[in-house]
Design a protein around this ligand. Structure first.
Ligand code: DI6
Ligand code: FE
Length: 408
């Protein structure tokens, strides 16, 4: 039995209520047994049976659920700092891709990387995330784009899930772009996806979700529909990159196929937003990518106003979002998307958990959930995201154990 006491403010982030309802408890305590939360409430009411175990002291600070990063491309080879400089000089993201850079440049570096290199880098990224209080991470493949390399990426995630205290949700993104060697015959790549990759990935239980980049330069709505059908038949839940660079009917397709989430959405139409609201699809906002591509922000207020829950994630990848800093994404969600700090927090906890199928299991401090907690050196959520620092997280508990503690 373990207990975290002397919590100044506990943001439980239970899912009920609106986007900004974080269901706070002042002067709280949380008790857990092994990796599961057993008691949550005001410390004055802590039952005697929980008072005697290992005790951690939050020092009167803010405590939040272990954060959930519900959209990352965690494992890849190489970096693309050269493209960062080119884009700053005015060269377009798609122009760079057409010239052989962009996603294909990372695909080449990923194919050339060894399994050990991919694993070491992804492990370091996960550890960096835990220091920031992030304990659940959705991880996409998509920089292999051939059967062998896609499987290697997903096996890296399986190894991480077995060896790291973070919780991993693996997603198959073989439909990221049509790789260069198939450009002359995209049908051949679609057949590879439908007939070989999806069945092989699903049979080996290497992914939970199936993602498609729906965009003029990647996959059409009709192609994506076929890919989701094959994914569903194999037991993979749909998720999609939608309306990032143009309004391409991605939000509408997410509603049609009952996706767990539609992500990016900088360019969504009002009809797409209404369709997502009616179908109960989570909108995942990725403000670091918005910033790096200098786009118009995702219209979070429209989504929230229409009744669509808005998650906040990093999109960590070497091109459009080269940072795994989820609190940074939350701060940017406030500035760019006009979300309040508590709305951003709910978007990076229980709403993000829903986007990866972990509703009621992660992203909230409730009895029965995994004991994932972050102690933040702030009196409240507003102060945390307002006074932005390199790291305000002083203690992370993942699966019931201390996974990071700042030096005093
Ligand atoms: N949208 C993105 O922002 C990432 N993938 C995607 O479909 C960017 C991928 C990259 O530039 O490497
Ligand atoms: Fe992405």
């Amino acid at each position: 039995m373990s207990v975290l006491r002397n919590i100044g403010l506990l943001a439980t982030c239970r899912p009920e209520g609106g986007q900004g309802d974080i269901h706070p408890i002042p002067n709280a305590a949380v008790a857990w047994d092994a990796d599961t939360i057993r008691w949550v409430g005001p410390e004055a009411e802590l039952p005697a049976e929980f008072a005697g175990g290992d005790t951690l002291d939050a020092g009167g600070r803010l405590v939040v659920p272990g954060l959930v990063d519900c959209h990352t491309h965690l494992a890849f080879g190489g970096w693309r700092a050269d493209e960062f400089e080119l884009r700053l000089q005015g060269v377009g993201y798609l122009d760079i891709a057409r010239a052989g850079g962009g996603i294909m440049s990372t695909v080449r570096a990923t194919r050339a990387a060894t399994d050990a290199e991919l694993l070491d880098r992804a492990t370091a990224a996960l550890e960096g995330m835990r220091r920031l209080g992030v304990t659940t991470v959705e991880c996409k493949s998509g920089y292999g784009l051939d059967l062998e390399t896609e499987l290697r990426l997903l096996r890296v995630y399986r190894t991480l899930a077995a060896t790291q205290p973070s919780r991993i949700v693996p997603t198959f993104l073989g439909a990221h772009v049509v790789p260069a060697e198939h450009r002359a015959d995209r049908q051949a790549y679609l057949r590879l996806l439908l007939d070989e990759m999806i069945p092989t990935v699903a049979a080996a239980k290497l992914a939970v979700c199936c993602d498609v980049f729906v965009e003029d330069t990647a996959f059409s709505v009709d192609e994506a529909r076929d890919i989701f059908r094959a994914g569903r038949a194999a037991g993979l839940a749909p998720k999609l990159h939608a309306d990032q660079l143009s309004a391409g009917g991605g939000a509408e397709l997410a509603a049609e196929v009952g996706a767990w989430s539609a992500d990016h959405l900088e360019c969504s139409s009002d009809a797409g937003i209404a369709a997502m609201a009616a179908a109960g699809v989570v909108a995942v906002s990725l403000p670091i990518a918005t910033l790096y591509l200098r786009q118009q922000p995702m219209p979070a207020r429209k989504f929230i106003g229409a009744g669509v829950p808005v998650a906040v994630a990093t999109d960590f990848n070497p091109g459009s979002a080269p940072s795994w800093d989820l609190p940074l994404a939350m701060m940017l969600a406030c500035h760019l998307q006009r979300m309040t700090p508590t709305e951003a927090l709910k978007g990076a906890t229980s709403i993000a958990a829903r986007a990866v199928g972990l509703q009621g299991k992660a992203g909230e401090v409730s009895v029965g959930c995994r004991a994932d907690l972050a102690v933040i050196d702030s009196p409240d959520v507003n102060h945390w995201l307002y006074h932005f620092r390199p790291n305000a997280c002083v203690l992370t508990v993942a699966a019931g154990r201390v996974a990071w503690q700042a030096a005093r």
